[in-house]
Design a protein around this ligand. Sequence first.
Ligand SMILES: C[S@@+](CC[C@H](N)C(=O)[O-])C[C@H]1O[C@@H](n2cnc3c(N)ncnc32)[C@H](O)[C@@H]1O
Length: 110
Amino acid sequence: FYERLTRAFPGVDFRLGDAFALEEVLAERRGEQFDCVISAVPLLSFPMEQRVGLLEDLLARIPAGRPVIQITYGPLSPVIKMPDRYVVSHYDFVVRNIPPAQLWTYRRAV
Ligand SMILES: C[S@@+](CC[C@H](N)C(=O)[O-])C[C@H]1O[C@@H](n2cnc3c(N)ncnc32)[C@H](O)[C@@H]1O
């Protein structure tokens, strides 16, 4: 997707790298806040501790209240609920995706 997207949207800053190594992947943009995150990283393939670690890393890069939106194929939230650290909510079930996908959002409380 990276090369295709880079060609299709030359004005967009695409970075190709490991979502679990964002300090390295986003080194040139260190300290910047982003608006929100849309993620299709296959979280179910990773241990829960790593999923929580990634989510908290992503949440630290966007303002409180803004969402990390995660696409997943399982029926449950792919990241365990921790109400003292972030708010989880089911957003949508996308039947037209192949396979049909669930969308979950995660936010830090405002
Ligand atoms: C379900 S596909 C989603 C494809 C596409 N991003 C989309 O949204 O339609 C999962 C993608 O996550 C990528 N992926 C897997 N592990 C990753 C990681 N640690 N960091 C970044 N991407 C990863 C895979 O290469 C694959 O392209």
